[in-house]
Design a binder for this molecule. Structure first.
Ligand code: NDP
Length: 250
């Protein structure tokens, strides 16, 4: 009984930002649990290495989550081609590490547009096609709950805080439609997002401040996402689940 509730056989999922990092691990996990997964990302096509690792039940479509018309069209197309849409994972996101005094208006707008508005718009447009109920899992961040001020993240923190509250609001609005809406809030995870443009001593600091004394892996985040997407999480909606090796306990 419990194992069956984790199965996603016959379900159709979309993962935004699914061509690398946490999103790619989510694609692998959802596929392993039985879903057909559409990766929706900025590339024109999926890289050959990633494509080769998915012999079946994974498709790719171009999507810029900041383009509202594109978002509407992609979810309509997926639902029309597959006859259903059951799961959305929003992993598209960008980082920003600038002091508040230095950040430009353009950069602030971009971070909010990708992380917050993009997540909301995808959730809303996906929900239109979840006619038999569904599950939305947003990748928020521990930084949506903590200021982490020394690392200069005001725009990123604001964007992820917005995701967490939008998730709680959407959860209430969509409960009658049988659509559950939750967020996972990872601490530091080893991906391009945390490797690029970040000084080495930040990594040392993150590890030192994490009780588990390491960063997380994309696969550890994807396990939680797959659980939330499945019927095993049938009583969960509006939750923001921290997954951070204990970082936020301090
Ligand atoms: P990556 O940079 O590895 O992946 C981000 C993905 O999002 C990329 O595939 C990127 O596409 C895509 N993307 C960016 N902008 C857009 C857009 N406008 N439209 C569609 N896709 C877009 O990052 P992670 O895997 O680390 O991050 C995934 C999510 O997890 C993000 O929301 C991030 O904020 C969140 N997160 C990450 C943490 C971490 O420590 N890594 C911690 C907490 C949260 P492209 O490859 O073309 O650039």
């Amino acid at each position: 009984m419990y194992r069956e509730r984790l199965e996603l056989d016959g379900k159709v999922a979309v993962v935004t930002g699914g061509s690398r990092g946490i999103g790619l691990a989510c694609v692998t996990a959802l596929r392993e649990f039985g879903a057909t997964v559409v990766i929706a990302d900025l590339l024109d096509e999926l890289g050959t290495e990633a494509a080769a690792s998915f012999p079946d039940r994974v498709e790719y479509t171009h999507l810029d989550v900041t383009d509202a018309d594109d978002v509407t069209a992609v979810f309509a197309d997926v639902a029309a081609r597959h006859g259903r849409l059951d799961i959305l994972v929003t992993s598209a996101g960008i980082a920003n590490h600038q002091a508040s005094a230095e950040i430009t208006r353009e950069t602030w707008d971009r971070v909010l547009a990708v992380n917050a508005t993009g997540t909301f718009w995808c959730a809303r447009e996906a929900a239109r096609h979840m006619t038999s109920g569904g599950s939305v899992v947003a990748i928020g961040s521990m930084s949506g709950e903590l200021a982490n001020a020394p690392q200069r993240q005001a725009a990123y923190n604001a964007s992820k805080g917005a995701v967490h509250l939008a998730v709680r609001s959407l959860a209430v609005e969509y409960v009658e439609a049988g659509i559950r809406v939750n967020a996972v809030a990872p601490g530091y995870v080893g991906t391009d997002l945390t490797r690029e443009g970040v000084p080495d001593d930040w990594w040392d600091d993150w590890i030192r401040r994490t009780p588990m004394q390491r960063v997380g892996t994309p696969e550890e985040i994807a396990s939680l996402v797959a659980f939330l997407a499945s019927d095993a999480a049938s009583y969960m909606t509006g939750s923001v689940v921290l997954i951070d090796g204990g970082y936020s306990t301090w």
